[in-house]
Design a protein around this ligand. Structure first.
Ligand code: HEM
Length: 417
């Protein structure tokens, strides 16, 4: 049988539904050289086994200095509009031993316990947001819910005072709009955020020096964290706060947005979850969020990696200096790893998805993302039980940046209450 022609990648249609193209790649060209929209040549790794191996391969560096076309800044895990070297030196752009040192320090402050203690606050934020539209009977769940929740949550966790959080919401909004292609104002927004965070860190450090009480917030935790007598410098703490905001914001927006959309498109699965929640049985909820991460996860492609030596993946040799992009969304639909991979099955048992990555760069914020995803979905489905899509699915617009994939809007209607 002749091989069907290669699908077009990174087009408008592809952003709306990349999965048929990924199925073609897995089958016919699992380690695939392509030209990205930016003009950069890169390799796409689409099979589960290869993806997992690549994510853990120490010959694949996160440091863009290993890119053979170093002139391209495109390989940096970019904060849009950001150029300063200090803020570029964060976990997703570095290798051991620097990565090990910084990750160990941040892990001392950003602990699962700190996240667990944050649960009542996330619940409160979620309820407050739902209160703001519940009586209207309609809402855009991206703009009014999925977007503000993670930004307020992360601001709270970091210790950004309540009166400044709306500024963050505006700045973050400009960064996400940029991800859709428009550049206007993003440089200014990032600069303001950067200046603000640097001042906040400076102020908190002074407060902690004057009165060394244990600070409740994560920025205080970052300043105090020490490992064998080592501390983060102010620049490192600023870069860390920034990457937490940046890595933890749009991803969580997309978990809530893509997740809700998948539930609205799969009524039987949604009913299963709603029934369980009604019975007060929350056992299904955790697995449901994992399945939503697998089925249509927020991070479509893992962030850039560069071959420091010739590396063979899935039988294909990748030359030193070439960028490698691991396609998490393709790996998580691989029929060689998952039964019925294109079916949403909230009760799926064997689900080692790669939605949070794998290896030393495994998502640091996974406990927070899970907490927010579980609370957001459970509270919405419980408080607005007859929630339904108020648009033709074909009319919904997707934001298809290279790394992330998510809806621009999600109009819904429901019985006011
Ligand atoms: C790394 C996914 C939420 C902070 C990663 C990676 C993935 C990921 C796939 C690995 C990237 C790679 O190897 O190239 C997600 C998803 C999220 C989410 C799907 C939401 C559903 C968060 C949150 C935070 C966060 C809420 C923090 C508040 C980070 C950080 C890294 C990271 C700091 C870099 C870790 C390192 O390089 O050592 N995330 N993330 N993420 N994530 Fe998340």
């Amino acid at each position: 049988m002749p091989v069907p022609p290669a699908p077009a990648l990174f087009t408008f249609e592809f952003a709306a539904d990349p999965y048929p193209a990924y199925a073609w790649l897995r089958e016919h060209s699992p380690v695939h050289r392509t030209t990205l929209p930016s003009g950069v040549e890169a390799w796409l790794v689409t099979r589960y086994a290869d993806a997992r191996q690549a994510l853990a391969d120490t010959r694949l560096s996160k440091n863009p200095a290993h890119h053979s076309e170093q002139a391209h800044r495109s390989g940096r895990v970019g904060i849009p509009g950001e150029r300063s070297a200090e803020l570029m030196t964060h976990l997703l752009n570095i290798d051991p031993p620097d990565h090990t040192r910084l990750r160990r320090l941040v892990s001392k402050a950003f602990t699962p316990r700190r996240v667990a203690e944050f649960e009542p606050r996330v619940q409160q934020l979620t309820d407050r947001l739902i209160d703001s539209f519940a009586e209207r009977g309609s809402a855009d769940l991206i703009h009014e819910f999925a977007f503000p929740l993670p930004i307020y949550a992360i601001c709270d966790l970091l210790g950004v005072p309540a009166e400044d959080q709306d500024d963050f919401r505006d700045w973050a909004g400009m960064m996400v709009r940029h991800a859709g292609g428009k550049r206007g104002g993003v440089g200014r927004a990032v600069k303001r955020m950067r200046t603000y965070l640097a001042e906040l860190i400076h102020r908190k450090r002074a407060e902690l020096t004057a009165q060394p009480l244990p600070g409740e917030d994560l920025i205080s935790g970052l300043i105090r964290a020490s490992d064998h007598g080592e501390h983060l410098t102010e620049n490192e703490a600023a870069a860390m706060a920034f990457i937490l905001l940046f890595a933890g914001f749009e991803t969580t927006v997309n978990l809530i947005g893509n997740g809700l959309y998948a539930l609205l498109r799969n009524p039987d699965q949604r009913a299963l979850l709603q029934d369980a929640l009604r019975r007060g049985d929350s056992a299904l909820l955790a697995g449901a969020v994992e399945e939503l991460l697998r089925y249509d996860g927020p991070v479509e492609l893992a962030t850039w990696r560069f071959a420091t030596a010739p590396v063979t993946i899935g039988g294909t040799e990748i030359p030193a200096g070439d960028p490698v992009l691991v396609v998490l969304a393709a790996a998580d639909r691989d029929p060689d790893r998952f039964d019925g991979p294109d079916t949403l099955d909230l009760a799926r048992r064997d689900n080692p998805h790669l939605g949070f990555g794998h290896g030393i760069h495994y998502c640091l914020g996974a406990p927070l993302a899970r907490l927010e995803g579980q609370i957001a979905l459970a509270t919405l489905l419980t408080r607005l039980p007859d929630l339904e899509l108020a648009a033709d699915p074909d009319d919904l617009r997707w934001r298809g940046g290279l790394i992330m994939r998510g809806l621009r809007d999600l109009p819904v209607r429901f019985t006011p209450g």
